[in-house]
Design a protein around this ligand. Structure first.
Ligand SMILES: [Zn+2]
Length: 184
């Protein structure tokens, strides 16, 4: 997998305007659990009322299940971004809840330098589901979970269709304004 470049990381991506996020002046209650949240509730996986229907709704080419390390809190995990932005296609689990999968239709995506390429995966498996597992405590050079999901579906799309039109770029919608060095 390639990594985002540190300089102007989002310059060439087709990400929706962050204006709706910038207009928020403070926290508001989660529509489900009523706890005070900024953009979304990392436990209920829904945006705050002010953002309901106003943030991108991304559809993915595969069902993605993300298995989180139990020691990683939801509040710090960018895996939550995937569940909030692509709620139809992303399930977030916490180990040891790993769900059950058909090995013939599932690929395991585990960010690792020795991993095969996505093109290899899509050539050998009729991937309908992608299971993403990862470890905590990795150095900063490793991809954030949301980046790993993004690059996986992007490379899958490119390998299946030989082209990519930016349709998954909004997976990085929430990440974008959270990066201090990012110019919107
Ligand atoms: Zn909540």
């Amino acid at each position: 997998m390639t990594s985002l470049q540190p300089a102007e990381p989002f310059k060439h991506l087709n990400i929706s305007s962050a204006e709706v996020l910038e207009r928020l002046t403070g926290r508001s209650p989660c529509p489900k659990c009523h706890k005070s949240r900024m953009y979304f509730c990392y436990n209920c996986l829904v945006p705050v009322d002010a953002l309901t229907g106003k943030i991108p709704h991304v559809r993915l080419p595969v069902e993605v299940e993300i298995v989180k390390h139990p020691g990683e809190t939801n509040g710090k995990s960018t895996a939550v971004h995937a569940a909030v932005l692509a709620p139809d296609d992303v399930t977030l689990r916490t180990y040891p809840d790993v769900g059950s999968y058909d090995p013939d239709e599932t690929v395991l995506v585990f960010p690792d330098s020795s991993a095969g390429s996505v093109a290899d995966v899509s050539a050998t498996a009729p991937a309908r589901d992608a299971l993403l597992a990862y470890q905590r405590g990795k150095p900063r050079t490793h991809l954030a979970t949301i980046e790993a999901v993004y690059y996986f579906v992007r490379e899958l799309q490119e390998s299946r269709h030989d082209t990519y039109g930016g349709e998954f770029d909004d997976l990085l919608f929430i990440l974008r304004p959270l990066l201090p060095d990012c110019v919107p």
